[in-house]
Design a protein around this ligand. Structure first.
Ligand code: 2P0
Length: 326
């Protein structure tokens, strides 16, 4: 009744921004991501008749009630699907530095979904596993697969057609993703709250929905064609559009700081000088810069000249779920 799984975090090139069903984590639009090699969560789950409640350890520390309840709600879903009534010990090691500006919820829920369903010997395919992970955190459904992944929003009310699908493996196209750390502090508006407020109140959200499918079509074709310029242009436009919706919300909010803008301008300057690099930004102030592997060192060097840059983490496309010996 024990299993161990590892899942890597991912970065969206075309963003998931807004839910049509908050309970089932069904998104308003399709999104597209790269699973990253450097940052992952490794989780062991052991179910036992000896337990009277779930226990959650993160990086060796026993978690408090709030964190444990979140995990229990997710395991309840898996217990319901499998017919099991057993409680479990969840032991998670997170190598995603929260300071690097990557959400650990994607790798966290993907690893938890994989380990707990395996521990209960549930016979499910990756589509179902992705649907399960989605219900812990939307972006987790993309981390089931390696490489380039599209999360299809689906049409069904029960979410049975809303899951991640691999469009290219991690070995089929190498890119460099530099995570540029400018601000290690916690974000003020969590993405879950931010996307909800935007859907509910921002007049710009309509513009997002009207154009995001076209962005995705262009990005997907660029990935198939290994056309970095086209991909870079559309992913940058898409990120800027997502952030524009937050300015129209009520109350308005903004994830950027002056340091974020300094990095964005530097990337533009690199392009003006013939170095092909593009940025994307998630629900926080840190910036992720994409470039081709041969430009990785020069892009890093140029970005490090900015006084606001504290650290740069390097990533490449990485694998999907892997199961490890217990
Ligand atoms: C993304 N983000 O596509 C977008 C872009 C943030 C900005 O997915 O509420 O942690 O748990 O489903 O998955 C972060 O949102 O939100 C996210 P929930 P999640 O990567």
């Amino acid at each position: 009744m024990k299993a161990t799984a590892r899942a890597h975090t991912n970065i969206a090139l075309i963003k998931y921004w807004g839910k049509r069903d908050e309970k089932l984590f069904l998104p308003m639009n399709n999104s597209l991501s790269i699973t990253l090699d450097a940052f992952y969560t490794t989780t062991s789950v052991e179910f036992c008749t000896c337990l009277k409640k779930d226990i959650f350890l993160l990086n060796g520390n026993i978690m408090g009630e709030a964190e444990t309840n979140k995990m229990t709600r997710f395991l309840d879903l898996i217990r319901k699907m499998s017919g099991s009534t057993l409680y479990g010990v969840v032991d998670s090691i997170n190598t995603v530095p929260t300071a690097a500006g990557f959400a650990s919820s994607a790798s966290g829920f993907a690893a938890l979904a994989a380990a707990s369903t395996k521990a209960l010997k549930m016979e499910i395919n990756d589509d179902i596993l992705s649907q399960i992970a989605r219900q812990g955190s939307g972006s987790a459904c993309r981390s089931i697969h390696g490489g380039y992944v599209e999360w299809e929003k689906g049409e069904q009310l029960d979410g049975s057609d809303s899951f991640g699908k691999q469009i290219l493996t991690e070995n089929e196209w190498d890119l460099s993703i530099l995570s540029v750390l400018v601000e290690p502090n916690e974000k003020k508006v969590l993405s879950r709250e931010g996307m909800k407020r935007t859907v509910d109140t921002s007049p710009f959200y309509t513009g997002w929905l009207e154009t995001v499918d076209d962005d995705l079509t262009v990005a997907k074709q660029a990935i198939y064609d290994r056309d970095f310029e086209t991909l870079g242009n559309v992913l940058e436009r898409n990120a800027l559009k997502m952030h524009a919706t937050t300015l129209g919300a009520n109350p308005p909010f903004m994830y950027w700081t002056s340091a974020t803008v300094a990095v964005m301008q530097k990337v533009q300057e690199l392009r003006d000088n013939g170095i092909s690099a593009y940025y994307t930004i998630d629900a926080g102030p840190n910036v992720k810069v994409l470039c081709q592997p041969e430009d990785e060192n020069s892009v890093r060097e140029k970005l490090m000249t900015l006084s606001v840059v504290q650290e740069i983490y390097h990533c490449h496309p990485g694998p999907g779920i892997t199961y490890l010996p217990n």
